[in-house]
Design a protein around this ligand. Structure first.
Ligand code: NAD
Length: 498
């Protein structure tokens, strides 16, 4: 595209759309490899303007009754539904997900908006009268001030929607820094919030990479930071943010295990594993990236998994005429990284049972494609077993019993999701108690939690104390005030006399 055909990528500060005069980084259509936009790389000056706008908007927003704040999100939900197709098209264009996957992610985002609509009930405090003679005690949940959200490339709408609706409904103002690889869908989300009538400065958007993030982490007026991305960056955000006195919740990467017992329903398990491993081209933190097949389950399941992988049609997602089963990866360099990890598996002794590295898509020679891949006989010492792959690659590890399978899963540095497929209640119970992961599935391939439950990553999948989503997120975006009040006896009678 010529520079004047690029999709604009403005900042949104204090209710104004600001055309950037900054160096940018390319935003691709991963289906074709074409550059479709340029994301400006802001730094301290842009962050300062956005945080000051959010800080100026805070007092009036804090004092807006919770029910009125919630009403914006009822309107917003309606607008997101009205613009559903536009949002999905934007996601497929800048990220490469299929339209079906984009739709699923927007539904998940809408659930988070709906949860935020319940703010008046979520913000209830506690009270106890007469904790001592004539003394009553009550708690209030009050907002923090300016909160910031830093988001990854893999869910351009859903992850921002995990954050700003609830933070704002709780009475905070917000600065969003979307991924520089997919900044455009966030801008649509903001445009709709502006249409819903949100006052100026309550939500602001800055763009950039590390400099921008570090400026948010250093800004004294930012009270809390929500982050979703890779583990090394999550750790950096947590350490720097907390050192600077901020609350931080930082979701990191993952390596999720799916244990298949010999008594599992074969057809349903193969279908669930295939969706868990290859859905969203494996670019999701809850993807089922490793199948641990127990006993004779291996010989039954693996050939069927290979067939399922071979049948997955890879193609362009940027056309509504026909949609493939799986789209491209986010960038050429990410595709090379994934292919390199598959190669490391082969050189460390694993078997490439289905190799998607040579996939070609007609009419899109420069798209960032990699087909579904199955790597069998993986051992936990291998690089591909330890590192997050974040691509359409399913590792298979073979174990003799459930104890070995749990032990192998528990060696991971991460702790996001883990699932078991079995028809045995006893095996499922043993697994759910012993496995080291915060989100557990029983005959569920992707046990990602819905908006009313916290997204409970453990270990290197999460840095912080209060998770994103659910009641924990309400606690994260508020602080408690406890009021102890004493009224002196006899005062009521006096009122009538004065
Ligand atoms: P990333 O860590 O590269 O980037 C995430 C955000 O951090 C982006 O906004 C980016 O601009 C910023 N960033 C990147 N490097 C930085 C640095 N050195 N200092 C400060 N900020 C920096 O992640 P990504 O590649 O965009 O997303 C994929 C990762 O996100 C995967 O590891 C995936 O598992 C993880 N993820 C986790 C969850 C979860 O809930 N646990 C959900 C989605 C994605």
């Amino acid at each position: 595209m010529k520079p004047d055909q690029l999709i604009p990528c403005p900042l949104f500060i204090g209710g104004e759309w600001i055309r950037p005069r900054l160096a940018g980084s390319p935003v691709y259509n991963p289906s074709t490899g074409d550059v479709i936009s340029e994301c400006p790389l802001g730094g301290a000056a842009e962050v300062d303007a956005a945080v000051e706008a959010a800080a100026a908007a805070f007092p009036a927003w804090r004092d807006t009754p919770a029910i009125e704040r919630a009403r914006f999100f009822f309107r917003y939900r309606h607008l997101v539904e009205e613009n559903f197709d536009r949002l999905c098209t934007s996601i497929t264009r800048e990220h490469g997900k299929t339209l079906v996957e984009a739709r699923g992610s927007i539904y998940r985002g809408i659930e988070n908006i709906e949860y935020a609509c319940g703010a008046p009930a979520l913000l209830f405090g506690d009270s106890l009268d007469n904790i001592a003679r004539n003394v009553d005690c009550e708690t209030y949940l009050q907002p923090l001030g300016v909160c910031a959200g830093i988001t990854p490339f893999n869910f351009p709408a859903m992850v921002p929607l995990w954050m700003f609706p609830l933070a704002i409904a709780c009475g905070n103002t917000f600065v969003l820094k979307p991924s520089e690889k997919v900044p455009l869908t966030s801008l649509l989300l903001v445009e709709l919030l502006e249409k819903a009538g949100l006052p100026k400065g309550v939500l602001n958007v800055v763009h950039g990479g590390r400099d921008c993030v570090d400026a948010l982490l250093a800004h004294p007026k930012v009270r809390a930071v929500s982050f979703v991305g890779s583990s090394p960056v999550a750790r950096h955000i947590y350490e720097t943010g907390t050192r600077n006195g901020k609350r931080v919740q930082a979701n990191g990467g993952a390596k999720n295990f799916i244990v298949v017992m010999p008594d599992a329903d074969v057809a349903r398990t193969v279908e669930a594993l295939s969706t868990a491993a290859f859905g969203c081209a494996g670019e999701r933190c809850m993807s089922g990236s490793t199948a641990i097949v127990v006993g004779r389950a291996g010989d039954v399941i693996v050939p069927q998994l290979v067939d399922a992988a071979r049948s997955i049609k890879v193609g362009r997602t940027d056309s509504t005429m026909s949609q493939p089963d799986m789209g491209p990866l986010i960038t050429a360099s990410h595709r090379e990284r994934v292919a390199g990890l598959v190669e490391s598996g082969a050189s460390e002794g694993a078997t490439i049972a289905c190799d998607g590295r040579g996939v070609k898509v007609a009419g899109a020679p420069n798209g960032f494609y990699l087909g579904a891949t199955v790597v069998d006989n993986v051992r936990d010492s291998m690089t591909i077993a330890r590192e997050e792959v974040f691509g359409p690659v399913l590792n298979v590890m073979r174990m003799e019993d459930l104890g070995q399978a749990i032990e192998a899963a528990n060696k991971s540095a991460y702790g996001n999701g883990a699932s078991i497929f079995t028809s045995s209640g006893a095996a499922a119970r043993e697994f759910k108690h012993r496995v080291k992961a915060g989100m557990v599935g029983i005959n569920v391939g992707v046990p990602a939690t819905m908006a009313m439950f916290p997204f409970t990553g453990w270990d290197a999948s999460f840095y912080g104390d209060l998770h994103i989503q659910g009641r924990e997120a309400v606690q994260f975006y508020t602080r408690q005030k406890v009021v102890t009040a004493r009224w002196f006896g006899g005062a009521v009678d006096d009122v009538w006399r004065k």
